[in-house]
Design a protein around this ligand. Sequence first.
Ligand SMILES: NC(=O)c1ccc[n+]([C@@H]2O[C@H](COP(=O)([O-])OP(=O)(O)OC[C@H]3O[C@@H](n4cnc5c(N)ncnc54)[C@H](O)[C@@H]3O)[C@@H](O)[C@H]2O)c1
Length: 441
Amino acid sequence: MKQSQELLTKIKDHTAVVGVIGLGYVGLPLVREFCAAGFKVIGFDIDARKVSMLRAGRTYIRHLPAGDFTKLIRGRRFTPTTDMGQLKTPDAILICVPTPLDKMREPDMTYVRGTTEEIAKRLRKGQLVVLESTTYPGTTREVVRPLFDATGLKLERDYFLAFSPEREDPGRTDITTRDIAKVVGGAGPDSSLLATALYGEAFTTVVPVSSCEVAEACKILENVYRSVNIALVNELKVIFDQMGIDIWEVIEAAKTKPFGYKAFYPGPGLGGHCIPIDPLYLAWKAREFGKPTRFIELAAEINTFMPEYVINKVIHALNTRRKALNGARVLVLGLAYKKDVDDVRESPSVTLIELLQQRGAKVSYHDPFIPAAKPMREHNITHMRSVPLTPASLKKFDCVLIATDHSSVDYDLLRRHARLIVDTRNAMGRKKQPTRRVIKA
Ligand SMILES: NC(=O)c1ccc[n+]([C@@H]2O[C@H](COP(=O)([O-])OP(=O)(O)OC[C@H]3O[C@@H](n4cnc5c(N)ncnc54)[C@H](O)[C@@H]3O)[C@@H](O)[C@H]2O)c1
C-alpha cells in the first residue's frame, strides 16, 4: 500500500499518533483538541521544567487549566516529554515553536531550524510534518524541506509536508480552538490531502489552500491587517484628541454600521508574540524581491511611537497638578500585553515602565495575574512585584497609568481613591460619570 494511503487510514480510524512540538500557548490547546478527537498525543518540549510541571499536574499558562492535561496524562492519551528520540513514533508531527525576531529585528529561525533538524534525524517513511509557527511565505519549502530531503527520503512518496497557521487567540472565551477554521496548504497534493484529513478530525472547519506559501501568507495577511488597522486608530486617536474628540466614542458610533467597518481599538502600543513581530517577517522577505512594505513600516512607526505619546500624556496630566514626572510615584496598571492573560511578551507596559524610570519616576505595577515580573530577553524588571490595589496603596501614587484593562480590576476603587488616572484603554470611560481626574491617552 502507498505510504499516503496507509497514513490516511490511520488518520481516519484515529490510530495515528500525533506529535506536538512546543508545549506553549499554541501547542497545548492543539494537544487538547487532538486528544479530544480521540488521538494519542506525544508532546515535545526542550524546557524540562514545563514537562515536569505538566506531569506534576501544574500549569504555567493561566487560562489553560492543568487539570485538563492531568486527566489526559493519567489516561495515557497525552505524553509530554523532552526526549526527542521519541520523534520517530508519531505519524503526524505538528511544529509549534517560537518564531521571534533576532537582535537586528529580522526573522530568527533558530527554533524552527533546530526542531526540523531533530525531526530529520529520525524522519521515517509515512510521516506527515506540519509547520504551524507563524513565518514568512516560503519557510516550509525553503527552510524545512531541504533538511528532510537531505535524509534521502522523498517528499510526497515517503514523507509529507504542510503548513497550517495557528490562529489561537489566548484568553478568548467566545470561541473554542476547535471552532477556529484551520487553513491548510500542502507541499504537494498528497501532503495537502493528508493534512486536511488530519485537521478535519479535530477541527470543525478546514480550509485547504493550493500551497504552503498561500497558507503562510494567509497568516501574515491577518496580522498585517491588524497591525495596520491598530496604527490607523492610534493615529486618529492623536488627531481627534487635539480636536477635543474622544476616539472611543467615535468608534462606538462607527461600529453601528452593519457593513464595511470593523472596529479596532487604540492602545499604549503593540504587544504579544504576533502583531509586533509577524509583519516584519514579511517585510524581511519582501526585500529579497526588492519590494518595499510601506504599510507595514508606517504601521510599525505609528504603533512604536505610542508609548512615547502615553508618557507625554502622563507628563501633561501631572503638570496640570503642578507636579513633575521626575520624582513622581506612578502605578502602571497591567503588565500583560492584553487583558485577562498573563503573557508579557513584547508588552508595551514594560516599555512604559522603562520610559517612566528613565524620566525619574518611581514606578510600581499591579497585575492580578503576574505577582512577580517574569524574566524577559531584552528587559530587566524582574526585581518588581505586583503591589496590591487598596484604597491606602492607591493614595500613595501621584498617577495611575492604565496600560492593560484586566476585567477583574475594580475600576470603581480606582475612581474613588486614585489621585490621577491616565487611561490608555478606556477602562474608566466605560463607567458613568467621568471625572477630571481621568485623562485618556
Ligand atoms: N501565542 C499566540 O497568541 C500565537 C497565536 C498564533 C500563532 N502563534 C505562533 O505560534 C508559534 C508558537 O508560539 P507560542 O505563543 O505557543 O510560543 P510559546 O513560547 O508559548 O511556546 C513555544 C514552546 O516551544 C518550546 N520550544 C522552543 N524550541 C523548541 C525545540 N527546539 N524543540 C521543542 N520545543 C521547543 C518552548 O520551550 C515553548 O514551550 C509562534 O510561531 C507564534 O508566532 C502564537
